[in-house]
Design a protein around this ligand. Structure first.
Ligand SMILES: [Zn+2]
Ligand SMILES: [Zn+2]
Length: 156
């Protein structure tokens, strides 16, 4: 069940000047028909500020002084995933890494490049690959996510 709340959710706390990122997060939640909670806004803001996918632990650390427990963060990410605001970009060291879905199309997420030397991962948002064709009868491809490996500019 989702609740539809208007712009009012951000005005409730009585602060007149809100940073743009708060407004942007509020608009995204509104468009996704998601109730505007403090944790959802905070996580969207963390993901807006980064240029690479983050694991739940990294997100928790970046939430800083805002203390949300693990379960709250997990459930919040699940709700953002469900409406498509956030995507699981890849798994690394058994941890799912999340990012905003705004650089993805309906059929594919942008590719990710991981450096085999330094381990850094980069979003290749300007790169679009041809969609893979279904290998056999009976397989239906819904989304394509590609991960590339090699050396980043700093290590090449
Ligand atoms: Zn590197
Ligand atoms: Zn990415």
């Amino acid at each position: 069940m989702t609740f539809f709340v208007g712009d009012s959710c951000l005005a409730l706390r009585g602060v007149t000047m809100k940073p743009d990122s708060d407004l942007q997060a509020g608009k995204m939640l509104k468009a996704a028909k998601l109730y505007c909670t403090e944790c959802r806004v905070a996580i969207l803001k963390v993901l807006m500020k980064t240029d690479k996918p983050l694991s739940q632990d990294q997100i928790a650390r970046r939430l800083g002084k805002k203390h949300f427990d693990k379960v709250t963060i997990y459930r919040t990410l699940e709700s953002l995933l469900k409406v498509g605001l956030v995507h699981k970009a890849f798994m690394d060291k058994r941890a799912c890494h999340f990012e905003l879905a705004h650089n993805c199309t309906e059929s594919q997420c942008h590719p990710h490049f991981t450096c085999t030397n330094c381990g850094s991962t980069h979003c290749l948002t300007e790169m679009s690959l041809p969609m893979a064709k279904s290998p056999h009868k009976g397989f239906v491809i819904h989304r394509q996510q590609v991960r590339l490996e090699g050396l980043c500019p700093a290590c090449a």
